[in-house]
Design a protein around this ligand. Sequence first.
Ligand SMILES: O=P(O)(O)OC[C@H]1O[C@H](O)[C@H](O)[C@@H](O)[C@@H]1O
Length: 453
Amino acid sequence: MTQISFDASALKKFVHENELGEMQAMVNAADSELRNGTGAGADFRDWLHLPTEYDHEEFDRIKKAAKKIQSDSEVLVVIGIGGSYLGTRMAIDFLHDSFYYSQKPADRKFPLVLFAGNSLSSSYLHDLVQLIGDRDFSVNVVSKSGTTTEPAIAFRIFHELLVKKYGEEGANQRIYATTDAKRGALKTEADAAGWETFVIPDGVGGRYSVLSAVGLLPIAASGADIDQLMAGAADAEKSYTNPDLTQNEAYQYAAYRNILYRKGFTTELLENYEPNMTMFAEWWKQLAGESEGKDQKGIYPSSANFTTDLHSLGQYIQEGMRNLMETVVKLDTPNHDVTIPAAENDLDGLAYLQGKNMDWVNTKAYQAVVAAHNAGGVPVMTVHIPREDEYTLGSLIYFFEVAMGISGYLNGINPFNQPGVEAYKTNMFGLLGKPGFEAVGDQLRAQMKENEK
Ligand SMILES: O=P(O)(O)OC[C@H]1O[C@H](O)[C@H](O)[C@@H](O)[C@@H]1O
């Protein structure tokens, strides 16, 4: 049984009692499309059973490779973007110390996992190379297609660095390629050079891939427990199979956000009260945005970090345009708590809090915010998580993945494709002079000239 729980008690003002029940027939249909493969995008549902039906031989190889990286590298550079980046990044942040990236090398038991190929910023790449300096490092290049521009450029740079430092053969021992089982440029290159390869299964799209080798290898290399991560996800897989809305909290979340969407709440903010969950929202934004934003519809996924953003976005959320709904991922027990100390004078007026735990204050802030935003016209849902550990994260990942599949079908779209991301790429290739895209380039340059007039 997963230990996460969904709380919709703050929706009373926005959703009538009968409305959830009214969704049951549609949820049954969405469930059938998802489970039986009768919906659009049926070829991309293999993530549904990834926590229980994964390749055990590969899982063992992942652990071995992680051990090797731990034994010969101070840094692991993970090269990837989108689904080949965000899941790993959010997991590393979620599972490690708040100052994971700033720890002194001497205090580190496991390699520092750093990321490249997730932007086209030359300064970022330069600074990353400087940071690695003369430290021993390995590279995990992750790309399902093997042709994405950002990781391909970063990989060229790190490949060259590895060869300079370790020679061709040495470099080949330090490159791990996670890609398609059979196809693609990266797979061809990896096979030719003898790099160890891991598979992004055919039926698993990038944004649903964190529980495959995509996330598992770097998460394991960072010293986190991938058995527990999978155990949490496997329990969630069991917990969220019953289509009955009274029994399935992931489906409840999917249904409620669609009820709210139809009432005009078209933007959803995913919120946390823990800074190391900022990247969790970034992962969720790709999951929600690419799954649902199509056919000129879909909830716009956004995020906020509390209590920090209460002092910046708080004004808008309280009184701005009333198209917002909020989903809080609330941590119930932090890994560490801090007691508020007594002070000799009480100039800051905090005597009433002395001796109290800081997390108690954080939770009171959360309760106060839910009430205030509710009163201001913002529906708030909460996903409570008991702890920040691997088991909980595995459950949480699965909760949102299965909810997004159901939610997409409830809104009548294919939740598993992302045709819209190609438009800018075609233009960019035209402007960059990529062979085959000359006509697009000519047309765009003419248009840009026209715009300048
Ligand atoms: O893993 P890759 O093939 O390199 O793709 C990385 C990302 O890029 C694309 O543009 C897609 O929109 C994403 O869904 C994908 O996760």
